[in-house]
Design a protein around this ligand. Sequence first.
Ligand code: SF4
Length: 458
Amino acid sequence: MTRVLLVSTYDLGHQSFGLASPAAWLAADGAEVSCLDLAVQTLDEAVVRAADLVAFYLPMHTATRIAADLIPRVRLLNPRARLCAYGLYAPVNRDLLHELGVDAVIGGEFEEPLAALVRGDGEHDTVSLARQDFLVPSRQDLPTLDRYAHLTLPDGTTRTVGYTEATRGCKHLCRHCPIVPVYGGRFRVVQRDVVLADIRQQIAAGAQHITFGDPDFFNGPAHALALVRSIHEEFPELTYDVTIKVEHLVANLDRMSVLRDTGCIMITSAVESVDERILEIFDKQHSRADFLKVVNGLREVGIHLNPTFVAFTPWTSLEGYMAFLDEIDELDLVASVAPIQYAIRLLIPEGSKLLELADVQNLVEPFDRTRLCYPWRHPDPAVDALQEAVFALVAEATERRESRAAVFDAVRPLVAAQVGGPTVTNPRPIRTSRPVPQLSEPWYCCAEPTEDQRISPI
Ligand code: SF4
């Protein structure tokens, strides 16, 4: 019997679908599967030494950076094991992973290729977009849900959070998005009965809220709506949150009441910028006006919007950054924006579609093997200096557990000092004092790494 160790290094505070799903496939094939989630567990060297195959799950940039440090250690601990890397960030970092000693690199829909690799009839390097018949994820070997991010509701109560995925990939082609180089505008569905069974087992394990990790929950709205109706019928007390792009929110505002009525309390949306030029460069297919429609539309329906931004790009000016802060304040979104969003710097990983732009080619430095990205400098050094100052401020404020409003009020003078504007929006709007639902681990993805890899939300 092949002994397989699946390792996750970081998955944004979730009990990882990317461990649980392949664990079910491999066990069904007769493998002896162990899982290690190093976000909440320490490396068990005995388990590493015993494994015939160690597979690292790389769903995001931070996870890949941590794994890149870990892989040589695992190789030393167990020189006879085959090493594999799988997940979104594996194929785009293929060369580096091979140099580190990884034998097989699997991207896209990874369960079947991983199972084939363990059986001995799989390809070593593959990106599969084949439609799969999913199995119910196997979660019994994972740390309990109370070890992961929790949800705090506006009334101060907390909820245990489970995590699942109803689709993977995305049918859109935003230039800065790490999904595009792998899925190329396609998405794949996890069958409804599998998602329901996965949610059922997480509720039995204590989940009171589910985060759907789909890159865009409304890539397949019929699938999404049928799913949440079924879940709500069975578990009327369950709440959930999803991620939906601005364009889809605008097109489906009339369906938001269905989400609300089935337990959706929060929608994360990658707004990225309020600057039309930057939205165009990213090919986001939405405008600032669309963002405003979404803010108002979700407010009317009563679902909290959790907007995310790429605050610093090569095209961000000091004045543009100030305008971004003003917009957040004027729209009364200060309580809704996690402080890390003010500091996020555009990440340009290997394979990024942004690299096709001459403007970007002229701007980036050679690939940095430690940071796993193409570093860039802003043409105006004052913008880079501001980003560093904002990042340091956010990190310190997070340590002190300051409120979102306090962080916002501290960020604004940093830029006001540079552009000579007022330190508060004038006239300053009356901010809502109503608290908002918050997950205890922030969403961030397209962030160029700084020395700190994780910041908690406030
Ligand atoms: S940024 Fe969002 S909408 Fe755009 S391609 Fe990526 S997942 Fe899809």
